[in-house]
Write a protein that binds this ligand. Structure first.
Ligand code: ADP
Length: 598
């Protein structure tokens, strides 16, 4: 309210100063014009009187010497309030209505008086100045005349006191100034009263706006139609309506989000722009019981996980190039008892990062079940391997003894041996898969020569290749192509891919192994001219036990685990494996690609 008063007074002060300036200007104009007009009138009067006296002088024939002129002037001068002087050419005063004849000779020479000089050049000479003789300001008008008789030609001069006009001028200007002051006072008072009149509705509107600003959205203004602020009040009411509706919608949405937030099974942490905890949901409080006490602190203090803290710092750092993609990691909490998949998403606004959301997804049970499955596979494979080895051994021995013997026995034994071999291979593959799943990252990895691994793998495939007369060509440099991987695992990858390639190649064809090298990684390719893998199977051939033969007739020695082992090895080393079929510009053929780092 004080503010309103101050600004009102400021506005009024400005208005009053402006008004005063305008009134002063008007006064100044009036003063100037009045002065000009009054002095013009005084000059006109003086000139008229001068003409009158001149006329009378001309008409009066008795005035023909100095004494008669002096008498005449004194007579007229005594009746009028002005002084009449006659100055002969040369400047000597011959007659004066206010100076006796005897004193005339003592008067100054008047030749250089401005009005006398001007009268000789123009029709009438004019001058206003202070007279030392009569001690007042006088208007002098003078005219050159040619009297008759013994009076020499000269200048007839009339001096009218300026004070008569001055008094009138002062009276007029004083009255005008008073009128102006009165007008100013009335306008100032009226303007003040008018602004006071506006105080009440303005104050009501300010109070209503303050109430709306403080959250009282039901506040409305009720002005009658025709009121100065009727339409403004209408706009304020409409604005309050709109804000109220928007707030209602936002509150509803907020409640919905809160319900989702707290109803979620996943634990959620909200981080502010400084990476401090600004909120958690109920599920999070179940994961870390005292997490609500860590609000305002860093995730490290709440979870004791350095890994998580580093991930949050990375996501929130301006240099991270995640945009709105989630950063994913796995962490263990509670001394390794619980495993969580954690997704961190940066919250963005046009001005920059404003925090992050951290979502904890409990995968402990999933991991436990996976472990149970892996252990089961590993155990079963392990248990199967010993009896299978002895069956294989006995079958081989028996076959060796009975190869020349009765036919049914030899063929039964070779069927037993073939199936046993198949089962041994499957158990070996399963065991290897279980081992690969158990140890995940880069175990035993070292810089190895890919060409050597390829040679070792080809050696293992050679018997099969020779039986099909399939040859291998490769472009790998003999001096060495370095990749970081466990040597035996790389041999295994090449071997599985080459075995498949040989198995599916038509007899007498060539298998090609190639590579492309770039600064970080090497991409290997294994190509054959076999039947190819139809598009709908391509993304599934890397699954365990998946075989296209189910759909196109079985291949001997196929377990459906080879590519699954390859994928595990390559992914454990940070690489990627994929297939392309048919080969470019052909109707069949398959190329397997995989990448490894230098
Ligand atoms: P398998 O032991 O059966 O070869 P893999 O996992 O190595 O198991 O392969 C999965 C399936 O992918 C195979 O059964 C076969 O159907 C298909 N496949 C793999 N390599 C080739 C290839 N070079 N040409 C055609 N089909 C192939």
């Amino acid at each position: 309210m004080d503010n309103l008063f101050n600004s009102k007074m400021k506005l009024l002060g400005f208005f009053w100063s402006f008004l005063l300036a305008v009134l002063l200007l008007v006064c100044w104009f009036y003063y100037r014009n009045l002065k000009q007009e009054i002095s013009a009138e005084a000059h006109k009067n003086a000139i008229q009187n001068l003409e009158l006296i001149h006329g009378m002088l001309q008409r009066d024939a008795d005035i023909n010497d100095q004494q008669a002129l002096q008498r005449y002037l004194r007579r007229i001068g005594s009746r009028m309030s002005f002084r009449i002087t006659y100055v002969a050419r040369g400047g000597m005063v011959i007659a004066d209505s206010q100076v006796p004849l005897s004193s005339l000779a003592s008067l100054d020479n008047h030749a250089v008086r401005p009005e006398i000089v001007a009268a000789q050049e123009q029709e009438v000479g004019l001058s206003t100045r202070y007279s030392r003789t009569s001690q007042q300001e006088l208007i002098y008008v003078a005219k050159a005349i040619q009297p008759s008789g013994g009076i020499p030609p000269g200048v007839l001069r009339l001096a009218v006191p300026w004070s008569d006009f001055r008094a009138r001028f002062d009276r007029y200007s004083r009255t005008f100034v008073w009128v102006m002051l009165l007008a100013f006072a009335i306008i100032a008072l009226l303007s003040y009263l008018l602004t006071r009149q506006l105080d009440k509705p303005v104050n009501t509107m300010i109070a209503a706006m303050n109430a709306i600003g403080e959250g009282n959205y039901g506040q409305r203004l009720h002005f009658q139609p025709g009121h100065e602020f009727y339409s403004l009040a209408g706009s304020i009411n409409a604005m309050a309506d709109m804000i109220s509706r928007q707030i209602h919608t936002i509150t509803g949405q907020k409640q919905q989000l809160e319900a989702v937030f707290h109803g979620m099974k996943e634990g959620v942490m909200v981080l502010d722009a400084q990476g401090k905890l600004s909120g958690v949901n109920r599920a999070m409080a179940e994961i870390i019981p005292n997490v609500s006490q860590s609000i305002g602190r860093r995730p490290l203090e709440a979870t004791m996980s350095l890994e998580l803290q580093r991930a949050c710092d990375y996501v929130l750092s301006p240099s991270s190039d995640l945009d709105s993609y989630p950063y994913m990691l796995q962490i263990t909490l509670h001394a390794g008892e619980n495993i969580y998949d954690v997704n961190i998403v940066r919250l963005q606004d046009p001005q920059g990062g404003i925090g992050a959301i951290v979502v904890f997804h409990d995968i402990s049970e999933l991991k436990r079940l996976e472990k149970v499955r892996q252990d089961f596979v590993a155990n079963v494979s392990h248990e199967l391997r010993t009896p299978l080895t002895s069956i294989k051994g006995y079958a081989e021995t028996l076959l060796a003894e009975h190869e020349q013997g009765p036919q049914p026995l030899a063929s039964f034994l070779s069927v037993i041996l073939k199936n046993t071999n198949h089962m041994v291979k499957m158990v070996d593959d399963l065991l290897q898969l279980a081992r690969l799943e158990a140890r995940s990252h880069l175990e035993g990895a070292a810089a190895v020569n890919a060409a050597e691994a390829l040679a070792a793998a080809w050696k293992a495939c050679e018997p099969l290749a020779q039986s099909k007369q399939v040859r291998l060509t490769h472009s790998l440099p003999a001096e060495g192509l370095q990749v970081t991987v466990d040597f035996d695992q790389l041999v295994q990858v090449f071997r599985n891919l080459l075995e498949n390639a040989v198995r599916y190649s038509p007899t007498g064809e060539i298998i090609e192994v190639g590579y492309t090298d770039d600064p970080k990684k090497v991409t290997f390719s294994v190509r054959d001219d076999g039947p190819g893998i139809p598009g709908q199977h391509q993304h599934r051939v890397f699954e365990r036990f998946y075989r296209v033969e189910k759909h196109r007739g079985a291949q001997p020695g196929s377990t459906g685990l080879g590519l699954s082992i390859c994928r595990h090895i390559i992914q454990n080393n940070g690489g990627r494996i994929w297939v392309k079929s048919p080969v470019d510009f052909q109707e069949n053929g398959t190329i397997f690609y995989f990448t490894l780092f230098h």
